[in-house]
Design a protein around this ligand. Structure first.
Ligand code: FAD
Length: 503
């Protein structure tokens, strides 16, 4: 048992990007009535990466667990709501599909809805899968609402996430964290001081100030000042699975309606994102520089944006992969310091929060506890691998052959763990997922279906059903969705009303 004298008395968070402030807010909130001190050191000279504006549904729970009012957050960050991602030109040029959050249809007599849909397709029904997704139906109509207001309707199960301005979100989290007593120290860490066994004892700032602590959280971004430059944990480079290694980002003025989804459009050597906010649009091109120059990537991005430029295009290099160990001795890494998976499914901020949640579950004493460290690192690796496989699925199933990049993707060597899942899907029409994974079956079905990967069969026991009965259930669900979605406000109408809430 943790005895009081063994308890960690001070945590030092180095880095004040989204990762650092989210860690400060979450850990600070849990320990706000305790003796634990938290000090966050950040460098104004170095600054933050300033991208990271699309999220996945757990963001709503993160904000709620901190007691942050969603309307206040959306208003302060010029945010908008996100029902999923529209993928343009991924399977083939000119073809699109939607990856909605939330489930597709409902389980029918213990059968996965997707199985029932497959059976109806085999009987001649042409209804697209997305006609059974509440999020996709709302997105198609550019509608939005908050699900609890639609209790007892098919929209009650809608899952949504947020788009927000990364710099405003950072400021919001900082204000929140400072409000619960987190100490902020501005300064650039120049030296990391270790004890003989390599444990971190303190960091020394450029000013000469020494900041000591019992436990350190490295949120210094790609440089990984503590976890890599000091503790040399090593990096598993996954560029052979996900070869994109740069992004160019630019902000533009809004034109047209604020869409309740992100758009990801496949391009010659990668893909562009479009993230609609209330006050502007975030755009970027994620690409592999082996197939396109930075200048050409900038041109492609600028050709694909609407609206006046608000910033100059900025190139951000990255290496896809993860630290070999996310936690070493008394140092935990979070955010870009921990690893990076391209933002195709907007998973980075979620991984920060999930990592913090594991850390809280395994909260250590001041003494090194290898079993905690090992289990933490195992779980982080599983989460990264799960998301990596899901991202690779988008690339390796493409039928595009209009550029060297897409031809490479079509013949790429895929991770054995993904091959296993794809083989099983083809044989059974079912996804392999466990309940703690971020992407549940519906997400896998959406990508398989959207990318044109068809299973060989559905479960033959569905043939024991009368096809008309099954079809009637599917038809009534589909019709109900269209009707109820049509009654909801447009996303823009909703945003105006929602953000007008009194201060
Ligand atoms: P940073 O923002 O880089 O912050 C690093 C901090 O460390 C800064 O405060 C800096 O001052 C400090 N620091 C560094 N060195 C020192 C030092 N020596 N002394 C003191 N302080 C120091 N995520 C999503 O969830 N959704 C997205 O849509 C998304 N899109 C992305 C697009 C791109 C192109 C990229 C590259 C990333 C994207 N991400 C996205 C990831 C997301 O941006 C990051 O996960 C998130 O911003 C967290 O960054 P960070 O806090 O780890 O690092």
């Amino acid at each position: 048992m943790n005895r009081a004298q063994d308890a960690i008395k001070k945590i030092v968070i180095v880095g004040g990007g989204t990762a650092g402030w989210l860690a400060a807010a979450t850990i600070g909130n849990i320990f706000k009535n305790s003796q634990l001190q938290i000090e966050l050191v950040e460098s104004d000279d170095i600054g933050v990466i300033g991208v990271g504006e699309a999220t996945v549904p757990p963001i709503i729970n993160i904000l709620s667990s901190l007691g942050i009012d969603l309307a206040e957050f959306v208003k302060a960050t010029q945010g908008s709501f996100k029902l999923g991602i529209k993928f343009d030109g991924w399977s083939q040029q000119g073809k699109s599909f939607f990856h909605p959050f939330g489930s597709l249809g409902r389980t029918i007599n213990d059968y996965d809805f997707f199985q029932c849909w497959l059976k109806c397709r085999a009987e001649g029904d042409n209804t697209p899968l997305m006609a059974h997704s509440p999020e996709a139906v709302l997105a198609e109509q550019e509608k939005f609402f908050i699900p609890f207001e639609a209790q007892n309707t098919p929209l009650a199960r809608v899952l949504y996430a947020l788009h927000f301005d990364a710099s405003l979100a950072g400021k919001f989290l900082r204000k929140f964290a400072e409000g619960i007593g987190i100490k902020r120290t501005e300064g650039t860490v120049e030296q990391v001081n270790q004890t003989e066994d390599g444990t971190i004892a303190a960091v020394t700032l450029k000013s000469g100030q020494v900041v000591t602590g019992d436990f350190f959280i490295d949120c210094t971004g790609f440089r990984g000042l503590l976890i890599e430059q000091t503790l040399a944990t090593g990096y598993d480079d996954w560029s052979h699975y996900l070869p994109c290694n740069k992004a160019v980002a630019v902000q533009t003025e809004n034109t047209g309606a604020t869409l309740p989804y992100t758009i990801s459009s496949a391009k010659e050597a990668g893909w562009t994102w479009r993230i609609p906010l209330q006050h502007r649009t975030g755009n970027g091109y994620v690409y592999c520089d082996k197939y396109v120059s930075d200048e050409q990537a900038k041109r492609t991005l600028l050709e694909s944006v609407d609206g006046k430029l608000l910033t100059e295009p900025r190139v951000i290099p990255f290496t896809t992969g993860m630290r070999k160990q996310a936690w070493v001795k008394n140092c935990l890494s979070l955010g870009l310091a921990q690893g990076f998976l391209e933002p195709l499914e907007s998973t980075a901020i979620h991984l920060v929060s999930k990592s913090i949640a594991y850390f809280i579950q395994m909260f250590p004493s001041r003494h090194y506890q290898p079993a905690l460290v090992e289990e933490y690192n195992r779980r982080i690796a599983m989460d990264y691998q799960e998301i990596r496989d899901f991202l690779v699925l988008h690339y390796c199933t493409s039928q595009r052959d209009d550029s060297d990049f897409w031809r490479w993707c079509r013949s790429m060597k895929i991770p054995p763990s993904l091959q296993y899942k794809m083989d099983y899907f083809k044989a059974s029409g079912k996804a392999i997922v466990s309940h703690e994974q971020l992407f549940q079956s519906s997400s896998w079905y959406a990508i398989y279906q959207g990318m044109g990967i068809k299973p060989n069969s559905y479960n033959p026991t569905l043939d024991l059903w009368q096809p008309e009965k099954l079809q009637a259930i599917l038809d009534s669900g589909k019709q109900g969705l269209i009707e109820i979605a049509a009654k909801q406000p447009s996303h823009d109408e909703f945003l105006v009303k929602y953000c007008q809430a009194p201060e």
